[in-house]
Design a protein. Structure first.
Length: 254
DNA sequence: CTACGAATAT
DNA sequence: CATATTCGTA
């Protein structure tokens, strides 16, 4: 009866992107605010990272989070770049929803399960709304043709139970903590726990991140499992330049 | 008061 | 079109 326990994990291993796909990730660009709050972004604290440009080329948004060196009033009217839902990220999302069961799948919970750095509840809520529409559309449309617009959603498998409301579909067994993909392999979780609220009035996002982190720690994982840093990555030199979209990892098809 | 979710805005 | 933000509500 304990075979199932290892099952989910084994499965996960398969699904995990190959190391090669994830390395190009360079930066710890969560929200500028957070990064600073966490003290993660100090100029020479990370020597293992390939020296990212700590200062984005853009003159525009960088000015935004020029930490109040001038006034006392923190201009925390910061606008975070639009999140880009890559197939991978969406996969993560679907998995979370699948494990929770449609009924329990609400933004906050999903977000926590996903434990993706920088993901906000709003991000998930918005995506969830759209995802539900997609599911609904699929139930009725059925064998029709899959709209071209549903590329993203079509990229990941939609668990059958999503489509028929036959009783209970939440995973019966206790939900194992999702493999948290966060900090690099060297960084002990406590590292983050420590300097939580160094900044004055932070917002609720700190909480979310904190929670996400908390759930990670105790977990015996197979050695074959690599933890990849999965941090936000800002599209910097997009064509238009002014875009500044938040992207999670390079989109790669399977 | 928090968080959900439909509607609405960018 | 994709994602964000608003706003009434549970």
């Amino acid at each position: 009866m304990r075979e199932e326990d290892s099952n989910w994990f084994a499965k996960w291993e398969e699904e995990l992107p190959s190391p090669e796909e994830l390395i190009p990730l360079s930066q710890s660009l969560i929200t500028p605010d957070l990064a600073i709050a966490f003290d993660l972004l100090t100029p020479n604290q990370n020597s293992n990272q390939p020296q990212p440009q700590t200062t984005p080329p853009q003159t525009n948004s960088s000015a935004d989070f020029a930490v109040d060196s001038s006034g006392d009033e923190p201009a925390r009217t910061l606008k975070r770049p639009r999140l880009v839902w890559t197939p991978q990220l969406h996969k993560r999302f679907v998995d979370a929803v699948a494990h929770l069961g449609i009924k329990n799948a609400v933004p906050k919970t999903i977000m926590q399960l996903m434990s993706v750095d920088g993901l906000t509840r709003e991000n998930v809520a918005s995506h969830l709304q759209k995802y539900r529409l997609y599911l609904k559309r699929m139930q009725t449309g059925g064998g029709g043709n899959v709209g071209e617009s549903d590329h993203l959603f079509a990229s990941s498998h939609v668990p059958t139970h999503f489509l028929h409301p036959t009783g209970r579909q939440s995973s019966d067994h206790f939900i194992p903590p999702f493999v948290p993909i966060t900090a690099s392999t060297h960084q002990p979780p406590q590292f983050l726990h420590r300097q939580m609220f160094t900044s004055q009035g932070n917002n609720k996002m700190d909480q979310s991140l904190f929670l996400a982190r908390q759930s990670q720690q105790v977990l015996t994982r197979p050695s074959s499992l690599h933890l990849h840093s999965q941090v936000a990555n800002y599209g910097e030199d997009l064509e238009s330049g002014a875009k500044t979209a938040l992207t999670l990892f390079p989109s790669r098809e399977e």
